[in-house]
Ligand binder design. Structure first.
Ligand SMILES: CC(C)(COP(=O)(O)OP(=O)(O)OC[C@H]1O[C@@H](n2cnc3c(N)ncnc32)[C@H](O)[C@@H]1OP(=O)(O)O)[C@@H](O)C(=O)NCCC(=O)NCCS
Length: 173
């Protein structure tokens, strides 16, 4: 059975090894999510420690999908915005381990992230994703509106420029 959980900073620190495995698996399967190959679980540790700190400060909502005590997916909402954008959140790092894809976990994580963002008063979410990626195809299915493409925004993990598509979604507060 899949359990979708909103983590405290302490929970996140307990789950660091699994979170590192999920991120490394995604980077090594070609996802443009901030990091370059080669990228092992140990490389991901400083990133996730920073995320746990950000959860502690209240700047990030961190959700995970757990199957049989194993974290197989995750997503974040960045909540700390400038004073003129208190209603906006940044949807970040939707990641599902290859072994758990195609079972609806991304949909469950995104629905839970929206609920949690709405619970703290957010009414607008924004994200960017690599143009042409599997993820780009998913967001419209989840009700997100495509804004447009920024060319050469980032690099693919194996190298080479990668365009980015911006999406937004209005959510009920
Ligand atoms: C993108 C990703 C999170 C999808 O995870 P997943 O758990 O396999 O997705 P789901 O099974 O929940 O699928 C969600 C929806 O997208 C559809 N979908 C899944 N993979 C798809 C694909 N490759 N192409 C088109 N649609 C797809 C599903 O049919 C489903 O639609 P439905 O609920 O209307 O039937 C996963 O492939 C991943 O982690 N990729 C690498 C990391 C990445 O690129 N993250 C995005 C960062 S912005």
């Amino acid at each position: 059975m899949t359990d979708i959980r909103l983590l405290s900073a302490a929970d996140a620190r307990d789950m660091l090894p699994d979170l590192c495995d999920v991120l490394a698996d995604c980077v090594n399967s070609g996802a443009s999510v901030g990091f370059m190959q080669p990228y092992g679980p140990a490389d991901a540790m400083p990133y996730w420690q920073g995320v746990a700190d950000s959860v502690e400060s209240g700047a990030t909502l961190l959700l995970v999908a757990v199957i049989e005590s194993w974290v197989v997916g995750t997503v974040q909402v960045g909540t700390a915005q400038m004073p003129n954008q208190p209603h906006r959140g940044d949807l970040k790092k939707l990641l599902v381990h290859r072994s758990a894809r195609g079972k609806g976990l991304a949909r469950l994580l995104m629905e839970a992230a929206e609920r949690e963002a709405a619970r703290i008063g957010k009414t607008l979410l924004v994200l960017d994703t690599a143009t042409g990626s599997d993820a780009e195809a998913i967001y419209p299915r989840l009700g997100w509106q495509r804004v447009g493409v920024v060319p050469d925004y980032a690099l693919w993990p194996e190298g080479g420029f990668c365009d980015t598509t911006i999406f937004y979604k209005r959510i009920a507060a």
